[in-house]
Ligand binder design. Structure first.
Ligand SMILES: Nc1ncnc2c1ncn2[C@@H]1O[C@H](COP(=O)(O)OP(=O)(O)O)[C@@H](O)[C@H]1O
Ligand SMILES: Cc1ncc(COP(=O)(O)OP(=O)(O)O)c(N)n1
Length: 423
């Protein structure tokens, strides 16, 4: 029987940017089986929420009965709820041993109020039974003020964890509010629909996989950051896109990229050899970048050898290009250096975006790759497909191909090789 079942109970956002669809996408990306119960249909998009139609209590109960009759559920993650849904969850909590992660969605990013004071008081009954509550700072202050104003602390005989979310997230317990841990984050300049849903369902999913709470939160932070970086642009905003980029994914991409490279007659190999690298999302150092421990080098038969293994921290040179490029486009995580050819560059401009730097302009005491990549990206106004330089004292001219992952880079290299072979 499926071990990792998470039951998501929340509202239905037809765009999939938030609500049970966003939660289910997140759980699925994390290898957890998403069981979902819809409490209300909420027609909306990134411009506005247009309605909220509650599902009848009988139908919510039938969904619960059907699931618990056939599945073991270790974690229940809640989003937009109504009073009937809360009463049923509390009833089931008495009969089944599951932890509740509650994302108290009081209002939407587009300022639609999901919860009035009567329903907020009902939420207080639920909070007491939660393992973790994940309000953003505004929701947290609303909840605490409401409990204080209505003298509702007497309803709490338990002390649930609360993660007050923001750029940095603060883990406390509800009653004594001592800070247990602060989880630091990176803010991307983008307003994305559904980040609260993705974050809380990612935490719930990692808990479902057996992670301890603080580890689950830290790993979920990477997921929600990726959901922002890879968010889907819509007419009025961005929809969250839960994405899991971990070391396993990076190594798999590089392995498949090398498999593809062996399928082409790759001959654009520089004297110093080529390397190909891919990083984790928003790498902090070359240790977050995987590459070949050796090189791709020419053999005497006009082909090439792939020397070494794929390891994180294996290449500082190519890593510096990716580390610099990420500041211009966080989706660019891969790069490969190939042989420079002047005639080729002229032709490539018809198919690829290109920029360059001149080593003669390099300031003293800088990393050439870091300075050169920044220079080329500034000149281009982003990250181009290709960055080249014509070499310098004892330095071979070089073409560097950049992309969203190693597979993307090798596909570009294959096209460049086809163009070169036709010249
Ligand atoms: N633009 C962003 N860049 C990076 N992280 C973000 C961004 N937007 C939201 N997050 C993260 O998603 C989580 C939930 O976002 P938050 O704004 O706190 O809640 P909500 O979206 O429910 O208002 C937080 O950990 C926050 O850091
Ligand atoms: C059905 C549904 N559930 C949750 C939300 C909240 O989404 P959003 O407004 O983007 O807020 P966060 O998920 O970022 O807290 C919704 N709009 N619809």
């Amino acid at each position: 029987m499926e071990k990792h079942n998470i039951l998501i109970i929340g509202g239905y956002d037809p765009t999939g940017g938030a609500g049970v669809i966003a939660d289910a996408k997140t759980a699925k990306v994390l290898g957890v089986n998403p069981l979902t119960i819809t409490t209300s249909i909420i027609p909306q998009n990134n411009k506005a929420v247009y309605n909220k139609v509650d599902i009848p209590k009988k139908v919510i109960k039938e969904q619960l009965d059907a699931i618990f009759e056939d599945f073991d559920v270790s974690i229940v993650k809640t989003g937009v709820l109504n009073e009937d849904a809360i009463n049923l969850i509390l009833k089931y909590k008495k009969d089944y041993d599951f932890k509740i992660v509650c994302d108290p969605v009081l209002k939407s990013t587009t300022n639609y109020e999901f919860v009035d004071e009567n329903l907020l008081e009902k939420h207080v009954d639920l909070f007491n039974e939660c393992y973790l509550i994940t309000p953003n700072e505004e929701e947290f202050n609303t909840i605490i003020n409401f409990i204080e104003k209505n003298n509702l602390w007497k309803k709490f005989d338990k002390n649930p964890y609360v993660l007050v979310t923001g750029t940095n997230d603060k883990l406390i317990t509800l009653k004594d509010k001592n800070v247990i841990e602060t989880i630091k984050g990176k803010k991307i300049d983008k307003e994305v629909h559904g980040t609260g849903c993705v974050f809380s369902s990612a935490i719930a999913s990692f808990l479902c996989r057996g992670e301890e709470l603080i580890d689950a939160i830290k790993k979920a932070k990477d997921i929600v950051l990726a959901s922002v970086v890879y968010a889907t642009k819509t007419k009025y905003g961005y929809n969250s896109n839960p994405t899991y980029i971990n070391k396993e994914k990076v190594i798999k991409n590089l392995s498949y990229a090398l498999y593809l490279l062996k399928k082409i007659n790759f001959s654009l190999i520089p004297e110093v050899g080529s390397n190909i690298a891919e990083s984790l999302l928003l790498p902090n150092s070359f240790k977050d970048v995987a590459a070949l421990t050796g090189r791709i080098i020419k053999n005497k038969l006009g082909g090439f050898y792939i020397v070494g293994d794929i390891e994180f921290g294996a290449s500082e040179h190519i890593a510096k290009i990716i580390l610099a490029a990420k500041n211009y486009d966080p989706q660019i995580r891969a790069c490969m250096n190939i042989r420079y050819d002047e005639d080729l560059i002229d032709v490539l401009s018809e198919k690829f975006s290109i920029s360059s730097f001149d080593r003669k302009l390099e300031p003293p005491n800088v990393s050439t790759m870091e300075w050169g990549t920044k220079y080329a990206c500034e000149k281009f106004g982003g990250v181009p497909d290709i960055i080249y330089d014509k070499g310098g004292d004892g330095k071979e001219p070089m073409i560097r191909v950049l992309g969203v992952d190693a597979i993307d880079v090798v596909k570009k290299v294959a096209e460049i090789q086809r163009i070169y072979d036709r010249m």
